[in-house]
Ligand binder design. Structure first.
Ligand code: URA
Length: 209
């Protein structure tokens, strides 16, 4: 699939299995998701541009490198996106953070926006949009469109799990936005859940069911 990368590092696969397991308690679910998110952030920032910089080690002057180019902004699709945010910020603590509140209408499965807060300079930043579950794709498509509307031109989408249907919808709507996922599951069920999946990510992060 063009523009879709399955991040299949063994550590990630191992941790994903723990997340999927229904007997994993809330606190452990959160901790593992944080670890996975850090690993994902590591992979999706692989292509960040560098530029040379001269530094002084205790022994001599040398040409080292530091990050160049656009600064990062991580945008979380509320509420489950916040479960991914923390692990990403562990790796890139100076990234700015935006939030988009989109809930899924359970009857139509369509996204309804109820909150938007982005850094003023988001259009100058490279955005990593995060939502753990790319299910129908409706929320992610709407969020990416909203960000483009705010002037964002460089964006990646990161999720823990994706349904084939969500990948198809997202890549059709935003072929210019690379998708990174921990796995592509079998299907979306009649209730909009990814199968086999991990259940409702928000509920599992926050123990609300
Ligand atoms: N959202 C979730 O939290 N889980 C799914 O399986 C699908 C959408």
């Amino acid at each position: 699939m063009p523009n879709v990368t399955v991040l299949d590092h063994p550590l990630l696969r191992h941790k994903l299995a723990l997340l999927r397991d229904k007997s994993t308690p809330t606190a452990m679910f959160r901790q593992i998701a944080r670890e996975i998110s850090l690993l994902m952030a590591y992979e999706v920032t692989r292509d960040l541009p560098l530029e040379p910089i001269e530094i002084e080690t205790p022994l001599e002057t040398m040409q080292a490198e530091h990050l160049a180019g656009k600064k990062l902004c991580i945008v979380s699709i509320l509420r489950a996106g916040n479960g991914i945010l923390e692990g990403m910020l562990d790796l890139v603590p100076s990234a700015r953070v935006g939030h988009i509140g989109l809930y899924r209408d359970h009857a139509t499965l369509l996204p309804v926006e109820y909150y938007l807060k982005l850094p003023n300079d988001v259009s100058e930043r490279s955005v990593i949009l995060v939502d753990p579950m790319l299910a129908t794709g409706n929320s992610a498509v709407a969020a990416a469109s909203r960000l483009k509307g705010a002037g964002v031109t460089t964006m990646k989408f990161v999720c823990l799990l994706a349904a084939p249907e969500g990948i198809a919808a997202f890549t059709a709507a935003h072929p210019d936005v690379p998708v990174f996922t921990g796995a592509i599951d079998r299907e979306l069920d009649g209730n909009g859940y990814i199968r086999p999946g991990l259940g409702d990510a928000g509920d599992r992060f926050y123990g609300t069911r």
